[in-house]
Design a protein around this ligand. Structure first.
Ligand code: FES
Length: 324
């Protein structure tokens, strides 16, 4: 079995002052937003699959995958789908965000763990194309074999098809109103040696991919979720958290997250989504066994047990020692 746990660099979580440079319609319900540093300087580097947290003028913070060029340090680009039932993030971007407006950005942060592989199979559903697009560019740059299966409701709703057009021999498009559902069984039935699968899209697609790729080497399958999967409700066991750097011990009751208990105790920790999807609260585990309840770590990374997301994850035993 191949070892995958990629050594992801820790990425910055401090805020950048940025300005909206351009908005562009990319598809029905999808707008891309280009951002530049307010002082015109170079932006922090990032890797394909990374996301930023956009702090809107209303104070709402949302995570969006970077979909521009990793080589262009002068701007970031994100794609934003106008979501029904938006809690204010995508609605604000579509209705009110305009060129020249100041925004704040945290990150970039990389939870996807994209890395060099001999070959790639990319699967994207809807706005899930955004983190995949820079991966495609990297595969093209490296000259390695790649295929992309890209599904959407209609062709008009599928963003960035124009940017993929030069690579049409590698791209299989599945607008549902014309082609029906993406034939995942065909894509996943026979894993090819050396091929890694990277996928992003709605929960229904990712669940189907997880089930359909159960016979793949788990180290070759990586996906990123937009939202947390349902977790078992109800209180959990109390856990004692030893904060090695802060020299404090915090007892976390079963009805409270480790993150919020540490915050209440004055331990310097950072969180954002508080749902185990953004990666902001990533914390090194020095001792004890975490019970991983996030939607970020792969099976291999969970088994390593050396980091956790305390906004949702707990402990298998009574005690954890964390590097905070
Ligand atoms: S705050 Fe987002 S993963 Fe913990």
């Amino acid at each position: 079995m191949r070892q995958v746990a990629p050594a992801r660099p820790r990425t910055r979580t401090d805020e950048l002052a940025m300005v909206v440079r351009q908005l562009r319609w990319e598809a029905v319900g999808v707008v891309s937003v280009e951002l530049a540093a307010a002082d015109g300087g170079d932006l922090p580097p990032w890797r394909p699959g990374a996301h930023i947290e956009l702090v809107l003028p209303t104070g709402i913070a949302r995570q969006y995958s970077l979909c521009g060029s990793v080589a262009d340090r002068s701007r970031y680009r994100v794609g934003v789908l106008r979501e029904r039932g938006s809690r204010g993030g995508s609605e604000y971007v579509h209705a009110f965000l305009r060129p020249g407006q100041p925004v704040r950005v945290r990150g970039p942060r990389d939870n996807f763990g994209f890395r060099p592989e001999p070959a790639y199979l990319f699967i994207a559903g809807g706005i899930g194309i955004t983190p995949i697009l820079p991966m495609v560019r990297e595969a093209v740059r490296r000259g390695v074999p790649w295929r992309l299966a890209y599904g959407g409701r209609t062709a008009a709703s599928m963003a960035f098809l124009d940017e993929l057009a030069p690579h049409r021999a590698h791209v299989w498009r599945y607008p549902k109103d014309e082609a029906g559902r993406m034939p995942l069984d065909d894509w996943l039935a026979r894993p090819r040696p050396g091929t890694a699968l990277y996928a992003c899209g709605p929960e229904s697609l990712l669940t189907a991919i997880e089930e359909g790729s159960a016979h793949w080497d788990p180290g070759t399958v990586r996906m990123e979720r937009f939202a947390a999967r349902p977790r078992p409700a109800g209180p959990r066991s109390e856990v004692e958290v030893v904060c090695a750097r802060s020299k404090a011990t915090v007892t976390v009751p079963g009805d409270r997250s480790i993150l919020s208990a540490l915050e209440a105790a004055g331990v310097p920790v950072v969180g954002s989504c508080r749902e185990g999807v953004c990666g902001t609260c990533e914390t090194r585990v020095l001792d004890g066994e975490p019970e991983h309840l996030d939607d970020i770590l792969s099976a291999d990374e969970r088994a390593a047990g050396d980091r956790m997301y305390p906004c949702v994850s707990r402990a298998r035993g009574r005690r954890l020692v964390l590097d905070v």
